[in-house]
Structure formats: structure tokens, C-alpha cells
Design a protein around this ligand. Sequence first.
Ligand code: HEC
Ligand SMILES: [Cu+2]
Length: 314
Amino acid sequence: MDQFHLFPPQASSTAYGVDTLFFVLTLISLFFIAVVFLPILFFCIKYRRGSSADRSNPSNGSNAVEVGWTTLPMLMGLALFSWGAVDYFRLERRPGNAIDVEVVGKQWMWKVQHAEGKREINELHVPINRTVALTMISQDVIHSFFVPAFRVKQDVVPGKYTSEWFKPTRTGEYHIFCSQYCGTQHARMIGRVVVMQPQAYENWLKTGEQTESIVRAGERLFHDRGCSGCHAVNSQFHAPLLQGLYRNPVPLANGTVVTADDQYLRDSILQPAKQITAGYDNIMPSFSGHLSEQEIMQLIAYVKAIGQQEPPPR
Ligand code: HEC
Ligand SMILES: [Cu+2]
């Protein structure tokens, strides 16, 4: 299908599945178009003015036909739904063992940061045959991260993390589009994914100025912004330790229990009063407006990193 450029190349592990479903849907639609329009054409000719066709119109019902054309399309519809749902869930569930990349959308560019700390704008370098998982957020309006060659598209929303993953299966450069109208320069909010051989990717990561990793940057912020003043073992304040927190259940003061995922950590930093941890007072100041989206992502990366450690004794 590559010679025929009706479609972008299939450059990810999921592209073929998405295309197959799309083609089957198109074929089925063509079939039903034929079933409807060929008889119309046939009857137009048969019953044209002046033809000697029989117009007495005797009624003849058939239960078999009625049941048939009700159940068959229903089963087809259900089959297509299940097929689509299976593919959808596969695309929705972020696989483990992925390369994490953070993406911030803003009018009108894509800001990318790799876990190792490397940053780029409107470009995303990735190695071939590795799963890449993007954690995305917008710092202004709704955008959408669309890579046609990978058949993935996901809205990028202010205030809420969304994610998107793909596994590139061929090297090369592929378009990134913003596919959500986001203002006058929306059409310019484009970029490219560069899929590289693993070794070339490793070399690329080392080029340019040396940057600290996302976790290191988060650790630095954690001290600079005064988080450690409350959340440290020897703190004067009564604040929860963040070690062992990530992905674990947190009992809240209102009696409910939530899981400490990325969104919870984000909300804890920006709107601490929204979900008070049980046994603590609402003394944490809100950092809303004091941190950039990238800084919030770095802090979260750090809290996630220490979240895998054992809580130290107090
Ligand atoms: C004045 C002290 C203080 C400062 C400064 C502070 N916190 Fe907190 N933090 C608290 C307290 C007390 C709680 C528990 C009550 C609540 O949920 O608001 C808390 C809760 C949290 C939680 C949820 C923890 C849990 O177990 O559910 C996270 C995550 C968090 N803080 C991160 C941060 C980060 C990141 C910073 C720095 C940007 C920060 N805090 C700065 C006092 C503080
Ligand atoms: Cu946009």
C-alpha cells in the first residue's frame, strides 16, 4: 500500500490493526451502499414510465426475510463494535516498560522533555521498536497530539494529564500535527517525530548541552521551593512523607480513599485543599501559578521516584 499514497505509511505496531478495521468498515459500507442503490437503479428502469411492468402490487410478506435483515446487521454491528473496542483498549492502556516522554502543548508549539532531561521543541526523537509513552498536558487551550503515521491521536488538555503510546516500527521522519483548532496559528503547530536506530538514539541523547534528568530537576525544585521543609523526616511541620506514596492508596480526611497517581500528585501540589490527607491539617500552600507545567512534571517525577522507596523511620 506504500506506493499508493492515499494513506500515510504504517510506521507503528498498531497502525496495521487500525487500518484493517478501517478497511473492513469501508468494505461493509460499500456493500450496503450497493444493496440499497443497485435495487433503486433496477426499479427506476423496470418501472420507468411507459414500461409494461406489472404494477398490481400484491402484498407478500416473509418472516424469514424480516428476521434475517434484522439480526444479520445487528450481529455485524456488534462484531464491529467488539473489534473496535478491543483495539481501543489496546491503544488506551499504556504498556509497562516504556520510554517516558513529557509533552507540554502551548499556543503554538510542542515542548518535549525526555526522562534523561533532554529537551526539544516541535521535534520528538525516539528509537525504533521501543514503546514510547507520552504524558501530555496543555498550558493554555485544548490541543491534540496527532501522528498520522502511527495512527495515534490524543487531546492535550489544560489541568489534566492525558497519555498516548506508540511503538515505531520503521525509521524515518513523520509528521506531528495539532488536530484541535487552537487559535490563529493552529495550522503552524506542527512538528516531526524522528525514529532512529537504537545506537543513533543513544548518541543523540548525549548531544547538545548536558541537562539534568527530570527526576534530578524535580529533586532540586523540591528543595528550592520549600517542599522539603515540610515533607522531610526531620521537619518541624506535621506533613506526610512522600516515600512509598506513588500508586498506593491514600485515605483522605473526608473518609474516601484515592490512589496516588499522577493526577493526584498534581492536584496535591496545585490545590492542596481539595483532597486533605487523613490525619493532617490543611497547611500546605497552593503552588498554583508559581510553577510551570514542566516544573510540575519534574516535581511529580521526583515524587514518583521516591514513591518507590521504603518510607524512612521517623
Ligand atoms: C507548609 C508545609 C508544606 C509545604 C511547603 C508543602 N507541603 Fe505538601 N503537604 C503538606 C501537608 C500538611 C499535607 C497533608 C495535607 C494535605 O493533603 O493538604 C501535604 C500533602 C502533600 C501531598 C499529598 C501527600 C499524601 O500523602 O497524600 C503531596 C504529593 C505534596 N504535599 C507535595 C508537596 C510538594 C511537591 C511541595 C512543594 C512544591 C509541597 N508539598 C509543599 C505540607 C506542605
Ligand atoms: Cu494546538
